[in-house]
Design a protein around this ligand. Sequence first.
Ligand SMILES: Cc1cc2nc3c(=O)[nH]c(=O)nc-3n(C[C@H](O)[C@H](O)[C@H](O)COP(=O)(O)O)c2cc1C
Length: 426
Amino acid sequence: MHKEKRNDVASRRGFLRNLTALGAAGGTMLAEAAHADTTRDGAAGTQIAQSEEPKPKPKPKPAITAVLDKGDFKTLQEIVLAAKRNLPPDLWTHLTGGSDSETTIRRNRLAFETLALRQRVLVNVNQIDLSTTLLGQTLAFPLFISPVGGYTGLAHPQGVLPVIRAAESVGTVAVVASNVRPGFEAAAKASQHPFISQLYITSDRKWLTDRLDRVRKAGYRGLAVTVDRNFYARRERDLITGFERGGASDDTSHQASLDWDLIDWIRDYSKLPLILKGVATGEDAELAVKHGATVVWVSNHGGRQLDQGEGTLDVLPEVVKAVRGRAEVVLDGGVLRGSDVVKALCLGARAVGVGKLMGYSLAAGGESGVRCMLELMQTEIRSVMGLIGARSVKELNASRVKRAMPVQYPTVTSAFPWFEEQLRQV
Ligand SMILES: Cc1cc2nc3c(=O)[nH]c(=O)nc-3n(C[C@H](O)[C@H](O)[C@H](O)COP(=O)(O)O)c2cc1C
C-alpha cells in the first residue's frame, strides 16, 4: 500500500477509535467542536479545533461503525449509503439538514429535476474536452469542492487536507473554509496551488486586516467572502438533535454588519481577486460586478440559510444575464449528479461546486472516497455530454435543456433512488 495512504488509514482508524470511545455522546461533543463552523472562524477557531479534544463521557454505544480509506465505490449511491452508515446520526443530520421548513433545500433539487436535457445524436463524441478555467486555473472538469467549515474536521482527523489532496489528484480544486481544520495556512501549504480562501468576519477591523494579510501571504489565488450568512439561520434539526451549541460566544455583529462598503474595503485591502459567495438575484449580481467581483458565486448555502428561497439553478439565468460576461459565474446548491453539472453549464455557469456530496464521500472513504466521488462525477459528466452530443463544455448552452415536469417530490437524497430504497428496507 502507498505510504501516504497507509498513514491516512492509520490516522483515520485512530480517529475512529476515539470516536467510538466517545460513544453516543461523541456526536454531540463533536458537533460542538464543529460549531466552529457556525460560531468561530479564523485563527481562534482553528486553534480551538486543533487543541480542544472532546473529553470522553461514559456513554456506551459506538457512534461510528467503520470509516477506512476506501475508494472502490462503483456508484455515488453506494458512497451516500456508506456515509449514512459511518456518520453519527447528529452529524449526518447536520450535513443533510436545511433551515426552517427546508423549502430552499428541496427547491435546489427541484430546479435540477424540472430541467430536462435535449438529446442530440450522430455527433462524433469519441473525444470530449471537459476542461474549463476558473480564476485562470485550469480544471480538468467543471466541478470543484465548496467550503464546508468545521465538518471536514469532524469527518476526518486531517480535516480539509485529504479533500485538497483528492481534488488536486484529479485536476480540480477545493475551496478552503474560513474556520477549517487544520487552518487555512496549513491548507495552503498542503496545496500544490492554493486556490480560494473563504472568509467569515468574526471580529473587528484589526482582526480582519491581519486575516487578509495572512491569506495573501499564504499564496491564495482568490478570496471568497460568503455573503449569505449575515444571520445564522435556524437549522431546526440541529436544534432538535442538540448539535447546536447554546450560548455561542462569538460576536455575530461583524457578520451582520457586512455591507457593500466593507466589501469595497476588503477588495482594496486584500488586493486579491474577489469572489462573492451567496449571490441569489440579478440585482445583487449587478452590484457584485460594480463592486469589482471577479467571480459571482450563485449559492444559497445549500439551503441552510434563507428558507423559502429559490433553487440556485432557477436563479442562475438572471445572474448570468445581469453579469453580462463581466465576471465568472459559478454555482452550488443541490448538485449531486454529473447531469446537474451539465445543466448548470448549459445555463451559463463556468463551474459548479459540491458541498454535501463531498461531505458524504469524505465520511464514506476519506481521501480515497473523495477522489472516487470526483472520478464518478467526471465519468457521469462525460457520459451525459456524450449522450447529448456535446464535444466540449464550450458547446453547452440553453438550447440543450428544456423545462419538464418533476418525476417525484424532491428530497435531499432523491437523486439516489437505490440509496433511499436501502433505507426503507432497514
Ligand atoms: C456541513 C456544511 C458546512 C458548511 N460550511 C460552510 C462554510 O463554512 N462557509 C461557506 O461559505 N459555506 C459553507 N457551507 C455551504 C457550502 O459551501 C455550499 O454552498 C453548499 O454546501 C452547496 O450546496 P450542496 O451542499 O447542496 O452541494 C456549508 C455546507 C455544509 C453542508
